[in-house]
Design a protein around this ligand. Sequence first.
Ligand code: MSP
Length: 506
Amino acid sequence: MKKTFYVTTPIYYASGDLHIGHTYTTVLADIMNRYKKLMGYETFFLTGSDEHGQKIATKALAENLSPKNYVDKIVEKFKNLWNLLDVDYDKFIRTTDDYHKKAVQEIFSKLVEKDLIYKGSYKGLYCVSCEEFLTSEQINEEGLCKVSQTKPEILAEETYFLRVSQFSDFLTKLFDTNFLTPESRKNEMLKNFIEPGLEDLSVTRISLEWGIPTNEDPKHVIYVWIDALSNYITALGYGQSENSLLKKFWNSKTEIVQYVGKEITRFHSIYWPVILEGLGLPMPTKLISHGWILAKDTKMSKSLGNVIDPIAVINGFSSDALRFYIAKELPTERDGNFTEELFIESYNTNLANNIGNLISRTNNMIVKYFDGNILEEIDLANHQITNLKNQMIANYIKEMNDYQIHKAVDIVMRFSQELNKFIEDEKPWALEKSGDTKNLAVVLKVLQESIAVIIHLLSPILTKSYSLMLNQIGYNKPLLNIYELESGKLVFEKINDRKIIFERIN
Ligand code: MSP
C-alpha cells in the first residue's frame, strides 16, 4: 500500500484580495505536496476560504452586498490566484459550504455531550480584525492589538466555553514531542500560554449573525475559529456519511502536515489539538509555523496597507520566479523580506546565471558536437560527478523530509554551480579541438544526466518550466519518481530546438 500524506494551508479570510504573504503559505504547501508525490506517496492537499465573522459581515454591508454575495466574489479571486500560481490542490473548502456547516454543528454537539463545552458568560476585549479575544499580553501600551494595530472592542455576553484548562497535562505532553516546529515558536507558546495556566475559550457569540448557529441554542453562533479549524477534517468527510477520505488521510499512519503563519500558531497548537483530542482523533504529524514576509520591516498586511500584489509579480516576471523566490529565499524559521531588488537579484543569480546558463551551455555543446544526440555507450557509474550527484540527491531528500525546503533548494543550486565549474575545468571545446571524442562524450553525457536530475528535483517548484527545461536537454518522458532517478539509466532523445529559459532581468 502507498504511504499517505495530507497537507493543509490555513483557510484565508474572504475579506479582501490575497497578497504575497498568503501566497507564501500556499506555495510551501504545494511544493511539499508535489515533493511527496515525487517520493511515491498518495497525497491530499487542502486549501480554502474562511468566510464567517464580523469583519466580513461589516465589509459586505459597506459594499451593499449580502455576506454570501460578497464572499462569492472574493473566493473566485482566490481560485484565480492559485490557478495562476499553479497551485495543485485537491480540494477547496468554503466554510459556507452546507456539508461543512452541518459537520461543525455536529462537532459542537459532540463536545457538549462530552461536557467539554459549557455555558457561562464572558467579559473582555475582542479584536475584530484578528477575530480573537485578546489577553493582556496581546495589547500594547496604547491599548491597541499588537498584531492589527486596531482598537479592540469591549465585549460582555453569555457564551459557551471550551474547557481548554482541562487539557494542561495533555498539551504539556504534546509540547514535549516535535509536533510544532520551529523550536522558538514552541517555547513562545509554552511560556506565554501553557505555563501561565490555560484559560477556557469562549466559543460562541450572541452578537454575531454571520456564522454557524449551534443546534443546542441557536441564538449562539459558533466562534469563527472553531468553525475555521474544523475545516481540516470536515473537508475529508467528518460528520458525513461519505468519509472515506477521512479514513484514508486522518489517521496515525498518514503524515499530516499543517502550514500556518506565526500569528495563528496559538489556535493551531493549542485549541486545535484540544478539539481533536475531544473528538478522539489523532494529532497532526507536524505543525509548521512560519514567519512573516515583511515590507520594510513591518508585517505586510491588508490592514496596514503595505501589501505586494502577487498577480503583479506573476505578470511582471512569472509564477515560477515567484515560487522559486518563496522556496529559496524565505526560510520558515524567521521573518523574510520581499522587495523587487531582492527578487530580481535572486532570479538572476540562481535561475538565469546558474541553472539557465548550465542548461543552455550543455544544450549548445550537445547540438554542436553530437548533432543533438550522444549515441556512444558510456558507463558513468564511477564518475566523480555521478558520486556528487547521488550524494546531492540524498541530501536533498534529507532536507525535504525535514521540511527544510530552502536548504534542499540550496543543495541543488550548489550542485548546479559545481557543474558549471566542471565545464570550465574540463573545457569540452578543447577536447573537441584535440579530437578526443570519447572523453567529450563522457563529459557531456554526465552533464546531461545530472541536469535531468536537477530539473526533477526542482520540479515541485518550477512547475511551468520543467518540461521545457527537460526538453532542452533531450529528455521528454513523464516525470520520474526519485527512486528511478537514483538508479540512473535515463534515455535521451535528439535535441532539436533551443530556447532561452530564464532570461536575465536587467
Ligand atoms: N482565517 C484565518 C485562518 C484560519 S485557519 C483554520 C486567517 N486568515 S488570514 O487570511 O488572515 O491569513 C492566513 C495566513 O496568511 C496565515 O498563515 C498568515 O500567517 C498568513 N499571512 C498573512 N500575512 C502574512 C505575511 N505578511 N507574511 C507571511 N504570512 C502571512 O488567519
